[in-house]
Design a protein around this ligand. Sequence first.
Ligand SMILES: Nc1ncnc2c1ncn2[C@@H]1O[C@H](COP(=O)(O)OP(=O)(O)OP(=O)(O)O)[C@@H](O)[C@H]1O
Length: 818
Amino acid sequence: MQECTQECPQECPQECPQEAFRAQRSRLVGLLGAGSQEGFEQVLDRLLAHDVLSWEDYEGLRGPGQPLSHAARRLLDTVGSKGAWGCEQLLAAVREAQADGRAPEPRGRWDPRAPQPARELRCHRPALVRRLHGHVEGALDLAQARGLVSPYECDEIRLPIFTAAQRARRLLDLAAVKANGLAAFLLQHAEALPAPLALSVEDAACQKFTAKLRSTVSAQARFLSSYDGAESLCLEDVYTETALELGAEAGGPGAATLGLEALFSAGASRNADADTVLVVGEAGSGKTTLLQRLHLLWASGRAFREFLLVFPFSCRQLQRLAGPLSVRALLFEHCCWPDLGRQAVFQFLLAHPHRVLLTFDGFDEFPHRFTDEAAAERHCSPTDPTSVQSLLFNLLQGNLLKDARKLLTSRPDAVSAALRRHLRAELLLRGFSEDGIERYLRKRHREPGVADRLVRLLRAASALHGLCHRPVFAWMVSKCHRELLLQAGGSPRTTTDMYLLILQHFLLRAGPPDAAPHGPGPGLLRARLPALLHLGRLALRGLGASCYVFSAAQLQAAGVDGADVSLGFLVPAKSSVAPAGPPPLEFLHITFQCFFAAFYLVLGADVRPSWLRHLFNGRPPTGSSLLARLLPALCVRGPPGEEEEEEEGEEEEEGGVEAWLRRAEPHNLQMTAAFLAGLLSGEHRGLLAACQASQKALLRRRACARRCLARSLRRHFCAIPPALPGEAKSVHALPGFLWLVRSLHELREERLARRAARGLDVGHLKLTFCGVGPAECAALAFVLRHLRRPVALQLDHNAVGDVGVEQLLPCLAVCKAL
Ligand SMILES: Nc1ncnc2c1ncn2[C@@H]1O[C@H](COP(=O)(O)OP(=O)(O)OP(=O)(O)O)[C@@H](O)[C@H]1O
């Protein structure tokens, strides 16, 4: 049962217990349904002991597989029909269960020689469950040796899916129906067992482990790994609240904005019986930082006190774990090692799963997709090893550590319908609000006047302002604040502009090589071209292998040497366990990895222009659904093999650029495609031409990217079904559409935008729930302003905001409704 997140139900002196009970029904359902299975079962124990529930009632209520909230409602119905005394008992039982592990052993002692042992077992059930907790193994061995239980019955009780308390209950249940002396044996055996400590966590090993875990987590979370290694910012100093919303489907049309502390108490909006809460957000929207904040608040005891143990993991880290692994090994060997009483700590953890939280950051970086087939591979034993994939999927489904909360973060595209079925709640991270951007800049720049000037600059440059709603861009603005404040020409307008600015910032800071100029510009890039291409090749190869952390051997294979690393784009990978050798490296952020991959595709000598089609490929996967056909392959890929077959006969370097492009995750390809378009845009032609020996090669790549982008858009538009008679032609655009439009905007080619608009022959463009922010508004306006016929643009359930509306101004003339 959750600790103190809701008020304990109180008896009201004026009301009769039944009325009070009825008045509190919804609160009681919430309390029982949102709590843990263990809390619910404790309530049942007490009601059974006090004869409020008959044995039949009890059997019916604890039936497996039903969501806790259903069981809670049925319990209230059953008890409600038993009169005032029953209601009183239920309220008392709920209060007692809320005290949970903090309560001393229930009062009252059983008589080991009671004439009716089965009756005695039932009357003292709560106390017996506590006493037998953790001792069921021994009791079973003895009972089997005396012929009181069969090996089959023992195996049934020992199933690893049961917690220690559930095993004790199952043993008592068995004794209740066996008239062979098992009940009398248990009464005597339990009498001889040591009384449990009033608070099991007071066990020295558990206490020591909790303290160690808190200090480990705190050390990991205290500093914001602010990328370049040159600065380490205290999270406390810069953390700025981001907008977190409960999915609209939970609470009707409007989405509620939540504080971080309400993450778990917001209630189950999807499946009340599930353990996993998902936070989705685009790249750079602040998911990792949000988790870091949660970890720090917990470690310092300021929030999330309902959890005694919090284990942070990143999927990037998990995918590097080779070989089978058990839950125990995962928690202890890959997060925090108990120096004392490993078994006791693990038992505690299994017995109190509702006091445990596991966080998994970056599910989009986990190479295995959560499909129904993958989820069907069941693994329920916390001590037996299995593959990392099966471990993670079974944890998320609750087959492992049932009732322990799991918090998962992901980019939206990696979340499958199969995963959604196992979610308790889904929340959307929007990034910074408008005030948030300003607060962040003021926290970052405390020197007089700087933050004011930056805020003024953003207000004047709405495209840049729009980008800053993503915290990663706000970080870049703050990093390049000198260049931005000094810049005489316009400020960055697109994502690529911003990444080129920060690229030059890093190159200048690293100190130019002898031949390089001392300021930004083509000369600076040319002087560093070999290093940038090494990094680009590493980035692209990584995307192709869903690899985001690089070993020394991988760096060497891509030709990355110490000097290249010293530029600052690669940083030591975060890991909770210190590696034996030199730490593996990762890009500052996944967006940087995509940017470098795009850089390589534009300037790499071994890249054929025709390969760029894989970035914008509009070919629908064979035999796909209508949905998949409407989506360009940019967002839905066919099963591996299909594309290979189609491409058969084409020359391809095994493991070379084309193979990497084919294998990369769609969401990374989308980002890379947008950067590629931006790098090939007219605005940056001069900069890149200075690096490129052959102008012709650059032009051919641009022509190919243009062609593929136009073809994908055409396909997308052709797939729009015709209008129904008498209705306007309507289309609900899918995220793939937005990425194509974003790429077009990065390419900044008016002619192509005009042609795209001509193809979009609809009266109603629906973009609800598409993750449209101000940056997407700018891209939409870039295309839609060329429409010849007015369109009704529906943008509900996005985070457009005032800055987004400002971005839409150029196309408002053709929007008949917004
Ligand atoms: N709440 C915040 N307060 C201050 N800075 C933040 C906040 N959130 C994010 N940032 C800054 O933005 C950067 C990127 O954020 P973060 O890595 O958390 O995004 P993400 O959503 O996890 O990205 P990805 O999905 O690509 O891994 C952080 O390193 C940090 O500098």
